[in-house]
Design a binder for this molecule. Structure first.
Ligand code: ARG
Length: 526
């Protein structure tokens, strides 16, 4: 990667300090604050060095820029990038809850989680994705009570929506009848003890929900390696509780078992009636993952509202002797713009409605495309909206912005890609093998040429910071540079045709590869 080579070269010249890309390209490709002018040895990579106002500005040579673009364009850069050799990571993402609709928060987790997976994979890590489905817990006791009391059809005939309504009804009724909560607890206890009726109702709820979720994963084009889910750990909890006991980490508190921390509230390991908790299942999950894959890194893509849970979990894991690295990608909330685009059902936004709406919007901007392509635009727009923004920040879901062809959107990138493809389709055979020249690039051409090599460093930075938005932002910059170039330069039939086609092909290839990493499809026309 060029950045590392420049860094090494500077280090050899005893120059330390952070390498930046100057915001204005007239100050070079890299700059480093040196305070005073420094003497540097020659480098093949570098065309010239200038010292301006405390900064040493470095200009890469066009030859290097062209060579690197060529490698990236042809996909021949991956083995240089492979930094995760012999390293393994497990990423926990998506994780919707059984008997509840797949929410917009789970969509965010799915999109960001899958992009992080892809980024680590291209860096040579062995990646394992696990969908930690919410398929166990006290809520199933409540649900069973509600199904038995108010279910209008047999469970097999219910939809996820029916189940969700029954669950809501349970809470409404529980306000009037205090016995209900106790009944719910009992049914969960029965479920944990293996009661056949409880198990069979639960099993059906799981099947109904998975059918729905799988439809969504198909639409999103996401395939998660494993979906063990919380229930998988049902029989694996005593062992982890025993570990806690052996390390003296368990305290009794009003009949329940808890773990205490110095700077955080306690976490519940076992409730007073002996049933287990979300926390315990997560601990058992860590133990299982370590025994099965012994990952170097465990990533959790879960909403920021579970930050405390994650901190308690990671600290307990450390105390139990797990030395693996843990990281919580705590994504922010999704807020809904105005009220005018909110959905029929009011507060909870159901993903299927969002997808339907995106399809409608996509049809407007790409009316001549096939159904398949419209789907790619719609899904791409939704995904890009999640990925282009810092995962930590709350995001506003604003249809105008999500689908905008000019703005920072998925359709804008897909549109730019399609533009490149249509240029490439016009190229004549005789220029096909013509190499770009090393000189005489005009300003827009040069600006674009100077974007390509950054693809590699942005992949690395996005993975290191667990922020696909770093890559997304880069792709937007690239597309903008291309469109500026395109607005001012004719391509086909000009004497610079070979150069300009090279720029077009490089842009197309990076957009395609970059979008692929983000889990977004490209379309050939739009
Ligand atoms: N099902 C949970 C929820 O919807 C998320 C699970 C995240 N993963 C985990 N290992 N706790 O809130």
């Amino acid at each position: 990667m060029i950045r590392n080579k420049i860094q090494d070269w500077l280090r050899k010249n005893k120059v330390e300090g952070r390498l930046e890309h100057p915001a204005d390209k007239k100050f070079g490709d890299f700059s480093v604050r040196t305070g005073s002018e420094v003497k540097l040895t020659n480098s093949d990579l570098v065309d010239k060095v200038e010292f301006v106002a405390g900064f040493t500005n470095i200009y890469l040579s066009p030859e290097v820029l062209i060579d690197r673009a060529q490698k990236i364009k042809d996909g021949k850069f991956k083995k240089d990038l492979a930094r995760g050799k012999n390293k393994t990571m497990v990423i926990d993402y998506s994780a919707p809850n059984i008997a509840k609709a797949f929410g917009i928060g789970h969509l965010r987790s799915t999109n960001i989680g899958q992009a992080i997976y892809n980024l680590y994979e291209i860096l040579g890590w062995k990646c394992i994705g696990d969908n930690h489905l919410g398929d166990w817990g006290t809520q199933f006791g409540k649900l069973i009570v509600a199904i038995k009391k108010w279910g209008k059809t047999a469970v097999d005939r219910m939809t996820v929506e029916d189940l969700e309504k029954l669950y809501v009804k349970f809470h409404q009724e529980a306000k009037k009848d205090e016995n209900l909560v106790g009944e719910g607890r009992n049914w969960f206890l029965k479920l944990e003890k293996g009661d056949t009726e409880a198990k069979s109702i639960w099993q059906k709820c799981v099947e109904i929900s998975l059918k729905e979720f799988n439809k969504i994963y198909d639409l999103l084009g996401v395939k998660i390696d494993y979906a063990y889910g919380e229930s998988f750990y049902e029989d694996k909890m005593p062992a982890v509780v025993e570990m806690l006991v052996n390390k003296n980490l368990i305290k009794e508190s009003q009949g329940a078992k808890i773990v205490e921390f110095k700077n955080m509230p306690p976490a519940m390991v076992e409730k007073s009636n002996g049933t287990t908790t979300y926390f315990t299942r997560d601990l058992a999950t860590i133990k299982y993952r370590v025994e099965t894959w012994n990952p170097d890194l465990m990533i959790y893509e879960i909403g920021a509202d579970q930050s405390l849970h994650c901190r308690q979990l990671f600290e307990t894991a450390k105390k139990l002797g797990f030395t693996n690295d843990f990281y919580h990608v705590a994504h922010g909330l999704i807020r809904w713009e105005g009220g005018k685009f909110s959905t029929r059902k009011g507060e909870t936004i159901h993903l299927s409605e969002v997808i339907d709406r995106a399809m409608e919007e996509a049809k407007k901007i790409a009316p001549n495309n096939s159904q398949e392509q419209i789907k790619a635009v719609a899904i791409g727009a939704i995904k890009f909206n999640d990925l282009a923004q810092d995962p930590k920040k709350d995001i506003v879901f604003d249809w105008q912005r999500v689908m905008s062809m000019e703005g920072n959107s998925g359709p804008y990138l897909q549109y730019t890609y399609a533009r490149c493809v249509s240029v490439m389709a016009k190229k004549k055979l005789d220029v096909r093998n013509k190499k770009p020249e090393k000189e005489n690039w005009n300003e827009e051409e040069m600006n674009l040429l100077r974007e390509f090599y950054k693809f590699e460093e942005k992949i690395v930075e996005a993975a290191d910071r667990f922020a696909p938005s770093v890559l997304a932002e880069y792709l937007l910059n690239l597309a903008r540079s291309y469109n500026e170039f395109y607005a001012k330069n004719r391509i086909i039939g000009e004497k610079e045709e070979a150069n300009r086609l090279f720029l077009t092909e490089s842009t197309a290839s990076i957009l395609k590869q970059g979008l692929e990493l983000l889990g977004i499809e490209t379309v050939k026309k739009m």
